[in-house]
Design a protein around this ligand. Structure first.
Ligand SMILES: C[S@@+](CC[C@H](N)C(=O)[O-])C[C@H]1O[C@@H](n2cnc3c(N)ncnc32)[C@H](O)[C@@H]1O
Length: 205
């Protein structure tokens, strides 16, 4: 949605990377989960709402050759590209609304940390999940991190939809096998704690 795009472009124009609550110098939880999937280095990986996080950079540095980052904010993607310099050419960057886009190919792994929870309307969630189900290969993985039922009700001034582990698993269990689900605390740069639900799934074959 246009107003979401404007909101996020403003955030990424006005705030330094370490001034946003979701900042993490190393996406350790995501990297560990990705590691557990034991993917080939040429596996197709997509990071939804990747912003200017370090995930794509770490994946490229680990030798993954097919990494895509999608974000609604062009500014976020510009910032990530600038930071990565020539390494940015090894990533496919897509400016798009995750609730309204066509990924154009199939993926071995779909990662989303703190983007899905901004989809507060049922129609947005339905579209997102339809795209995800179509885009993940049979046997492919999905890693989802959202604010938990004990997490904040807002992020970056926007309302979020919170999920317990059970609620998240219910969304996926028809098409995916549940691999894991846990509650994880994230410490923000200002020192506060945000409780996340982190789940992993594997698409049924
Ligand atoms: C809280 S930040 C998380 C960024 C990153 N995943 C991380 O873990 O550091 C949320 C990100 O989702 C993006 N975003 C929000 N709504 C989106 C949407 N509908 N489609 C795509 N990206 C979206 C924002 O621009 C922002 O970069």
């Amino acid at each position: 949605m246009e107003q979401d795009k404007q909101h996020w472009d403003k955030v990424y124009s006005e705030k330094q990377p370490t001034e946003v609550s979701w900042y993490e110098p190393m996406p350790e939880i995501s990297l560990n989960l990705i590691n557990e999937c034991k993917l080939e280095k040429d596996a197709a990986i997509i990071d939804i709402g990747g912003g200017d996080s370090f995930l794509a950079e770490f994946l490229v540095s680990k030798g993954y050759t097919d990494v895509t980052v999608v974000d609604i904010s062009e500014k976020a993607i510009e910032r990530a590209k600038e930071r990565m310099c020539e390494k940015a050419d090894e990533v496919t960057w897509i400016v798009a609304d995750a609730a309204d886009f066509n990924p154009g190919k199939k993926f071995d792994l779909w990662h989303d940390r703190a983007a899905f929870h901004f989809l507060t309307e049922e129609t947005q969630r339905e579209k997102y999940l339809k795209t995800l189900i179509e885009a993940v290969k049979p046997g492919g993985y999905v890693l989802m991190s959202t604010f938990s039922e004990n997490g904040p009700t807002k992020c970056s001034g926007l309302e979020v939809q919170r999920y317990s582990v059970g609620e998240m698993q219910e969304l996926f269990q028809e098409e995916f096998n549940v691999l894991s689900g846990k509650s994880v605390d994230h410490t923000t740069p200002s020192g506060s704690t945000q409780n996340f639900t982190v789940c992993s799934f594997q698409k049924k074959k």
